[in-house]
Design a protein around this ligand. Structure first.
Ligand code: TYD
Ligand code: MG
Length: 455
């Protein structure tokens, strides 16, 4: 007889306990514990076996180059670190309706066109729904198998029949294994299914793409529980009401996690945006506005030009508001403190709002100077020359520090027709010839006087 056991599992972080508690002691979330009845087979479940290779000295190990399969989307390949690694498991996470199924189906079409066999398991939709979408996306191939199924064991049987090279699971929350009785989408189920899929990826050398919905709390499927198990985690982000989509990797065993991929959702599916700076600049009007500046940020191997806007106004709250979108909050507070102390801009009675246009998250200090100038110009009602791009980190003493990949950033600005770049004062020559006016500034004060003019 199989042994029946119940346990309470936090759907947010996977914490398990024998009794109900209102607040998860692990992640601190309230009311996230649900009771899961688990029927374990008397035989223990097989754990993931990667390889039965002997123990050996590091000097004796030969490196086998992993085979990377191009996905037909350069933007996706870059985020993956060159392509889909054979035998790896990739988790594609994102809000419901953001376009995950669309991206995967288009990618499947590209891969199948190269003669690879792919099995698309649609656990959320019927085969005809997938067919309709495929028609709209112009995806058609004799190598693309579609299977509308929610049971993992049935999927594994079909994998043994069809022997695909790539497997897509859409989505992990809708699939269940008969090994345990918890409902699909529960932490136990998604963990167990992912484990089995990981096992298969490694043993059968099948590349697996798993789609996971981000739940309200901002985690995948009650969540973070899958991230440590899989090889690569990529997030598909964007505003549902806008067509622009960003792909970013937060974990990658085969490449860098700094890269981003940019797509545009059109009527006929996702289109790659190979020059994202152009897209981010598109909505800009020619007239300069106080509080609007262009900065050059670095995302992985490329530079991106993005607009930062600030709004500064007299506050009607007891303590002034500081709101930042796309900029780390503490970074904003630090920049405000430097502006107050070093420039004498008193913001203690002003609300400050900072927004990065285009849904980009900036987490590098090279954006400091741009943010400071956006706030300062809005406060003083002056404008930054619209043809000028701003690059530099600000130290607490108000000095402008050098940033990484400076030349690449200037080059991107030049390419997009900017006439001027405000950069940190360098004690060496710039690497390369630029056809753009370059102004080196040692301090924040100099930067303000170098690029601001009356409206
Ligand atoms: P979908 O891939 O179903 O999202 P997810 O799998 O992440 O839940 O995408 C759904 C949205 O994408 C839907 O609101 C309509 C939009 N869309 C387009 O704009 N163009 C298209 O060609 C397709 C297929 C979808
Ligand atoms: Mg979907």
């Amino acid at each position: 007889m199989a042994k029946v056991k119940t346990k309470w599992v936090c759907q947010n972080c996977g914490y398990e306990t024998a009794k109900y508690i209102g607040k998860c002691p692990d992640c601190g979330a309230w009311g996230t514990l649900t009771e899961e009845v688990e029927v374990k087979n008397s035989q223990p479940l097989k754990s993931v076996v990667i390889d039965e290779s002997p123990v050996c000295l590091i000097n004796e190990i030969e490196i086998t180059e992993s085979i990377k399969l191009p996905t037909g989307f350069e933007e996706l390949d870059r985020v993956l670190g060159g392509g889909l690694v054979q035998g790896s498991l990739v988790l594609l996470a994102g809000d419901p309706g953001i376009g995950k199924s669309t991206l995967v189906l288009q990618t499947a079409g590209n891969i199948c066109a190269k003669g690879k066999k792919l099995l698309y398991v649609c656990a959320e939709e019927s085969g005809s729904q997938v067919k309709l979408r495929a028609q709209r996306l112009n995806v058609n191939s004799d190598n693309l198998y579609v299977y509308s199924q929610t049971n993992l064991e049935a999927v594994i049987t079909q994998i043994n029949n069809i022997k695909p090279e790539i497997l897509v699971i859409d989505s992990i929350q809708s699939i269940y294994t008969s090994n345990i009785t918890s409902s699909s989408g529960s932490v136990s189920q998604i963990r167990e299914c992912t484990n089995a899929l990981m096992d298969m990826a490694k043993n059968k050398n099948i590349t697996v793409i798993v789609i996971g919905h981000v739940t309200k709390e901002g985690n995948i499927a009650g969540p973070k529980v899958l991230e440590h198990m899989v090889d690569t985690v990529i997030y598909f982000e964007g505003d549902k009401y806008k067509s622009q989509r960003l792909l970013r990797s937060i974990k990658n065993r085969f490449g860098s996690t700094n890269e981003i991929g940019v797509f545009n959702m059109a009527d006929s599916g996702l289109e790659e945006v190979t020059n994202p700076s152009e897209l981010f600049m598109k909505e800009r009007t020619d007239n300069a506005t106080p509080g609007s500046v262009i900065i050059a940020t670095n995302e992985g191997t490329r530079a991106l030009l993005v607009e930062v806007q600030a709004l500064v106004g007299a506050t009607s709250y007891p303590s002034p508001r500081r709101v930042s979108t796309g900029v780390e909050f503490n970074r904003l507070l630090q920049i405000i403190a430097v502006l107050e102390k070093r420039i004498g801009i008193n913001l203690s009675k002003h609300d400050v709002y900072v927004n990065v246009i285009g849904g980009i998250e900036i987490d590098e200090p090279a954006a400091d100077l741009g943010i400071a100038l956006a706030i300062a110009t809005c406060f003083r009602d002056v404008v930054v020359d619209p043809d000028c791009v701003i690059i530099g980190e600000i130290s607490l003493s108000g000095e402008i520090r050098n940033v990484s990949n400076l030349e690449k950033r200037i080059y991107e600005a030049q390419k997009l027709g900017f006439k001027k770049a405000i950069i940190p004062k360098l004690n060496k020559k710039l690497n390369g010839n630029f056809d753009i006016e370059i102004i080196q500034v040692p301090r924040l004060m100099n930067a303000i006087s170098a690029c601001c003019s009356k409206k």
